[in-house]
Design a protein. Structure first.
Length: 156
């Protein structure tokens, strides 16, 4: 499974092997989804965090998501018998391939959705080159081919 990278479709096996040897934090859990040819989505489970507690930063080819929960006065009033919802601070980084742009983010039902798209500049897109031919060049090729065959048959 390709972890913490987006847009490196051709390098999937290489990146997968590298990530096996790195210690990666497991909090918060996340998914990376390819939604179309050039569309991606990162979904992170950030239960207990509001949009004010989260920040998303893109710098060069890195996407950094940070969460910091401010201590509530409600938290100090109550005593927890069990605390299973982790609201600890986190920082999660994702390497982005060239030309991957973050187009938006949405927090819904404890899930942070980050939308990404690959925008390849026109100059870098593959383009077809038309091959032109003229009738005179075709006849020259066939004449050359016939003369070579005659020479070979005489030599044989």
């Amino acid at each position: 499974m390709l972890r913490a990278t987006v847009g490196f479709d051709r390098m999937m096996d290489l990146m997968d092997n590298v990530s096996r040897y790195e210690e990666t934090p497991s909090y918060p859990p996340y998914n990376i989804e390819k939604r179309g040819e050039d569309d991606y989505r990162i979904t992170m489970a950030v239960a207990g965090f509001s949009d004010e507690d989260l920040s998303i930063t893109v710098q060069e080819n890195a996407l950094v998501v940070e969460g910091r929960k401010e201590k509530d006065s409600e938290e100090q009033e109550g005593t927890y018998l069990h605390r299973g919802i982790a609201e600890r601070a986190f920082q999660r980084s994702f390497r982005l391939a060239d030309h991957i742009k973050v187009t938006g983010a949405n927090l819904e039902n404890g899930l942070l959705h980050i939308e990404l798209v690959r925008e390849i500049p026109e100059a870098m897109k593959p383009r077809s080159i038309q091959i032109e031919s003229s009738d005179s060049s075709k006849s020259q090729k066939s004449i050359e081919g016939q003369s070579e065959n005659k020479v070979t048959s005489k030599a044989a």
